[in-house]
Design a protein around this ligand. Structure first.
Ligand code: GDG
Length: 743
């Protein structure tokens, strides 16, 4: 059974601002209609598929705002609706305020339209809490909770607090803006929104750009560690990734040839009387670029008069929020522009623009998609834009072409369309001409490529991919979870120690014995740790090795008064108590002269970084450099080094925590530890470390030994501890005072 099938046996809880149906009351009667929108179609299609699956026992519960009565209705055999009630006073500040006057404009790159009002944010918190209260009544163990869109940014974290192990997904349907825009939000809001989202196991976006913008905002605002697309949120992994939403390809494709659609097509053709049809369909919103589109069409008429009396542009605007001043103004401006262009070019028997301000039935929409020769989809910003995908899908005769804004998420997948920048009316007007003049062969070839992609990455693929990712992240979390040391493992470590006669401690220095410091020389061993080490060493059955990548002088200075074995430079030097430093490796170090100037060059190119010249290696430290520049430079540096390494096969680039070290492959912490272990028959071995170089050490510890890694990253170590401070607690287990308590 693949992981998607498992979801047929789980309950799926969809949480979105609106329920997928609304109740229409007309005099005595009331009836239910389906809301339009990408998410509703996606989940309805999924529910149909689940219903038809053999042995499916799962159900989709939908939590959202809507009329109370919807909760009592059995309107869909595979659905259960749970309305959330938001008092009007809160709703105004929450939905009209924070959602639509703060988040929507900012996330669609309209900072000047963005309203910053604390009472809006407070209402947003309250409303997200109301969704939580409703959810709490419903959640059962094993449920998959899928939270949608910008109205519910805070909810994943809220749910996580009450249900720490729940499967939670979050999907954003609108763009996530670049950090420079996101940072315009007050710090407190920024932190709350990102903390809220990272409460999910998987945070999904339409494009990789949006996911990367989000990751950068998380890094810069919350300071969380990110590796590839995995964000470490305390001990939990959260994955941010792209899941471009698809459409129900078959449904749209099949609908092109039904009786109802054919009837609509006939009506349209009669009306067009031979004119070629251009169309656009969008909800009334400033992000859709209506005025610029109309100006581009006007410019097209001006520049290409040969198309007069041959084309008609049908602009369908779906009513939305027209009770709000700004939207009413936009509607007026659209109507004035349409009137002006029509006034300029119309004749008694030809009107270039047909403007409709209304919703249209499904079959009429499909008919328009099917016979239009140009789809003119030119939003200034759009998370995805499903109309573009639906149009391509419905081009069963392949005789049309799509002119698409590069600012729509859909442009990533539909790159055989004619892509334009909607602010460039000249380019858009040329694109209309190009689409109309394109050869049939080229149109067919481009359309087929896009259709092929859309039929594979359809809406089922979208849900499957998302579910699979949540499942994978869950597994990864479980894998990590079991490795954290708990009271049982601490106890067995202590018992094993007590019963042993020959004990070996192999302890890394930076990040393990001493906390990581801003500057390398500031990482000193404190008195408390020194005292515990002294106590452990005082037992003649114990041998303590401090095993570090540091230079020998530093490690000796930190360990003075301790009768420990010291290992410096990852095993190049070793020093037994009261003896001098030894080096038994005969290695040619002439390569250093080639590497040093390269690393020095990178210090100049990356402010805040520095080079450490050790006896047997050279290190580039970038802990104090700007993270983004360092990430860029490190890749360039690795490229430069890989060229040199081709002629120096015995060299190796070692990447640690904010350091890159070039050293010989002939030794590492593992080789020195193996040599020490082989000398005595130890019945207790404990290795403690924190970074990449300690993995070599963990690998050579026999199975009956203990290996512990500081931090929550996956490791060769048997156990993890959450922080460096816990190392002190572990070492304390081996002092006389605590071992004497064990029976
Ligand atoms: C968000 C994001 C993202 C529209 N008018 C009529 C009608 N529709 C259907 C279309 C299409 C859907 O509604 C609108 O598609 P959008 O892509 O604009 O989706 P939204 O849900 O409004 O917006 C957007 C989307 O979420 C999905 O993640 O793409 O970027 O803003 O399916 O066909 N359908 C009918 N009559 C209409 O008048 N029958």
């Amino acid at each position: 059974m693949n992981s998607f099938d498992q979801y047929f046996f789980k309950r799926i809880l969809i949480v979105a601002y609106r329920l997928p149906f609304k109740l229409i009351r007309k005099k005595e009667e009331s009836y239910i209609v389906q809301n339009s929108g990408g998410l509703v179609s996606a989940i309805l299609s999924l529910s149909e598929k689940m219903k038809s699956a053999p042995d499916s026992s799962s159900k989709i519960l939908w939590i959202g705002t809507g009329e109370k009565e919807l909760g009592n209705e059995t309107i869909h055999t595979n659905f259960e609706l749970h309305p959330v009630e938001i008092p009007r006073k809160i709703s105004e500040r929450y939905y009209s305020g924070f959602c639509n006057d703060t988040i929507w404009p900012l996330f669609h790159y309209f900072p000047s339209r963005t309203v910053y009002d604390n009472s809006y944010f407070d209402a947003y918190v309250t409303a997200n809490n109301l969704f939580l209260q409703q959810l709490k009544n419903l959640i059962k163990p094993g449920d998959f909770i899928w939270i949608h869109d910008y109205q519910l940014f805070l909810l994943p974290e809220m749910v996580r607090k009450d249900f720490p192990t729940a499967d939670i997904g979050f999907f954003l349907h609108i763009p996530f803006p670049s950090y420079e825009l996101f940072r315009l939000l007050p710090k407190k809001w920024r932190e709350s929104l990102l903390n809220g989202m990272t409460g999910a196991d998987v945070v999904g976006f339409h494009t990789n750009d949006y996911a990367q913008h989000f990751i950068k905002s998380v890094k810069r605002t919350l300071g969380y560690k990110v590796e590839r697309n995995f964000i470490t949120v305390n001990d939990r992994l959260c994955k941010a990734d792209a899941f471009p939403i698809g459409i129900d390809f078959k449904k749209f494709n099949d609908a092109c040839n039904t009786q109802k659609t054919n009837h609509q097509k006939d009506k349209l053709r009669t009306y067009l009387s031979g004119n070629k049809l251009l169309f656009s369909v969008d909800r009334l919103d400033y992000s859709k670029g209506f005025i610029l589109r109309l100006r581009a069409f006007e410019r097209f008429l001006e520049k290409y008069p040969e198309w007069h009396f041959k084309v008609v542009f049908n602009m369908v605007v779906i009513p939305s929020r027209d009770n709000i001043e700004g939207y009413r103004e936009l509607k007026k401006e659209i109507e004035a522009t349409v009137g002006r262009v029509n006034g300029k070019y119309s004749t008694l028997n030809w009107r270039p623009i047909i403007y409709q301000y209304k919703s249209i039935p499904f079959n009429e929409l499909v008919a328009i998609y099917n016979i239009s020769e140009v789809g003119l989809i030119t939003p200034l910003r759009d998370g995805m834009n499903l109309v573009a995908k639906e149009y391509v899908t419905c081009q069963t005769d392949h005789c049309g072409m799509l002119v698409l804004s590069e600012m729509a998420g859909a442009a990533v997948e539909l790159n055989e369309a004619i892509l334009i920048n909607p602010t460039d009316t000249e380019e858009t007007s040329d694109a209309i001409n190009k689409a109309l003049s394109m050869s049939d062969e080229e149109k067919e070839s481009r359309m087929r490529k896009m259709q092929n992609r859309l039929s594979r990455y359809n809406v089922f693929r979208w849900t499957t991919d998302f579910f699979n990712q949540v499942n994978d992240v869950k597994k990864e979390q479980e894998h990590m979870q079991v490795k954290f040391m708990d009271n049982n493992s601490l106890n067995s470590l202590q018992v094993k120690y007590k019963n042993a006669q020959n004990r070996l401690f192999l302890i890394d220095y930076d990040g393990t014995l001493a906390p990581i410091a801003k500057l390398p020389e500031m990482a000193v061993l404190d008195e408390k740790t020194r005292d515990i080490l002294r106590k452990i060493i005082s037992d003649s059955r114990n041998k303590v090795v401090i095993i570090s990548g540091r230079r020998k002088e530093f490690i000796e200075e930190q360990s003075k008064d301790l009768n420990a074995i010291l290992v410096a430079e990852h095993g190049y030097f070793i020093k037994y108590p009261k003896a001098a430093w030894e080096n038994n490796l005969e290695i040619d170090l002439s390569w250093k002269k080639k590497i040093q100037p390269i690393l020095n060059d990178y210090v100049d190119r990356c402010n805040g970084s520095m080079v450490e010249d050790k006896y047997a290696s050279v290190v580039w430290h970038y802990r104090n450099a700007d993270e983004e520049i360092a990430t860029l430079r490190i890749n360039e540096l690795k490229d430069d080094l890989s060229e040199i390494l081709k002629s120096e096969p015995k060299l190796f680039v070692l990447e640690g925590d904010k350091v890159l070290e070039v050293k010989s492959i002939l030794y590492d912490k593992g080789t020195v530890a193996s040599a020490l272990i082989s000398k005595v028959n130890y019945d207790f071995i404990l290795a403690l470390g924190d970074d990449r170089t300690d993995e070599d050490l963990f690998k050579v510890i026999p199975d009956n030994g203990f290996t512990i890694k500081v931090g929550s990253k996956p490791s060769n170590a048997r156990f993890n501890v959450r922080s460096q401070q816990q190392i002190y607690e572990i070492l304390n287990l081996f002092t006389d005072a605590s071992t004497s308590k064990i029976k």
